[in-house]
Design a binder for this molecule. Structure first.
Ligand code: TLP
Length: 344
């Protein structure tokens, strides 16, 4: 199978498996797992933040960040295409009593500054208190697009002027940094908290890291425990995360190049339209045109029979994600299989 559904399907590398087998471990709830402690320090250092916290998933990382920043009944502003709004099972509201206030995401993943300013509540006994602004980089539903540091700095300035916090869902922040050719710190400068994932393009089997100030991470650690996310000898997992950070970041560029190659090949196929400005990083978004009477689900089933797995996107669309399990040959095979299916 050639699996382009997501970069979450990546298998651990041999080096990761070796490091996992040999990891020094201890009880992390007591703070005694040396491998986790090292991963947290390394992550904080990469992000230019004071401290880090190893967490089971990106979803739990965002949830912990929201619960640490906000009290019940307070409000978090985010784009209406945000992963936290769409794909995290409403956790921040269900578990944190946090009100989600969405503003339109623009096609480039940004939010209009005027929309952001208008969304911040003034002091009034009737209103919830605005506490947090959440951004996402790269932005998944907007097409794996990259937020530039200038935009992020504008948002940070607004948050500071209004006594708010900024959280970055940076599940794929390293893809953004590689695309922009900038150190990752430049993309989280002034941001109060950031979650990034080890288990997507970086290839580790499990885990994300939440970074912020010492005080923030101290409080976040308590919330992680409250949610049942306190882990014990999880240095076995952190060991793979360390290898991911040390060996898998620079190669993300290859995934981006393969996404461009794939998009170029798919542009020549009848009834398929590669979305404008796609790809930007490792995600290619395409749509079926109206002349083809099949649904996107039917096409996905036909591809599956031919050995190719891809994901859906809104309406009659598809998402194809490149990752280190995908070679140039796979890209050629996928385009040939698409050509056969779309010519039927
Ligand atoms: N995204 C997954 C699915 O949930 C859609 C994917 O295949 O892309 N933030 C962003 C921007 C994400 O894309 C994801 C995962 C998460 C957070 C959540 O991470 P996990 O899956 O580790 O909870």
């Amino acid at each position: 199978m050639i699996d382009l559904r997501s970069d979450t399907v990546t298998q651990p590398t041999d080096e990761m498996r070796h490091a996992m087998a040999l990891a020094d471990v201890g009880d992390d709830v007591y703070g005694e797992d040396p491998t986790i402690n090292y991963l947290e320090e390394l992550s904080a250092d990469r992000m230019g933040k004071e401290a880090g916290l190893f967490i089971p998933s990106g979803t739990m990382g965002n949830l912990i960040a929201f619960l640490t920043h906000c009290q019940r009944g307070e409000e978090a502003i985010m784009g209406d295409q945000a992963h936290t709004f769409y794909y995290e099972v409403g956790g921040v509201s269900a578990l944190g009593g946090i009100m989600v206030h969405t503003v339109p995401n623009q096609a480039d993943g940004t939010i209009r500054i005027s929309d952001l300013k208008n969304a911040i509540r003034m002091e009034d006994v009737h209103f919830p208190t605005t506490r947090l602004i959440a951004l996402e980089n790269t932005h998944n539903r907007c097409g794996g697009v990259v937020l530039e540091p200038e935009f992020i700095q504008q948002v940070v300035k607004i948050s500071q002027d209004n006594d708010l916090f900024v959280h970055m869902d940076g599940a794929r922040i390293f893809n953004a940094a590689i695309k922009l050719g900038l150190p990752v710190q430049n993309l989280v400068d002034g941001v109060d908290s950031i979650t990034f994932c080890l288990s997507k393009g970086l290839g580790a089997p499990v885990g994300s890291v939440l970074c912020g100030t010492q005080d923030f991470i101290h409080r976040a650690r308590r919330i992680r425990k409250q949610l049942g996310g306190g882990m014990r000898q999880a240095g076995i997992l952190a060991a793979a995360g360390i290898v991911a950070l040390e060996t898998m970041v620079d190669r993300l560029e290859e995934d981006h190049q393969r996404a461009f190659l794939l998009a170029d090949k798919l542009r020549d196929i009848p009834h398929l339209h590669v979305r404008e400005n796609s790809p930007q990083t490792n995600m290619v978004f395409i749509d079926l045109d109206d002349c083809d009477t099949r649904t996107n689900i039917q096409v996905i089933e036909e591809l599956k029979i031919m050995g190719v797995l891809i994901g859906t996107s809104k309406n009659r669309g598809f998402r194809l994600v490149t990752h280190y399990g995908i070679s140039d040959d796979d890209i050629v095979k996928v385009s040939e299989i698409f050509m056969k299916i779309m010519s039927n």
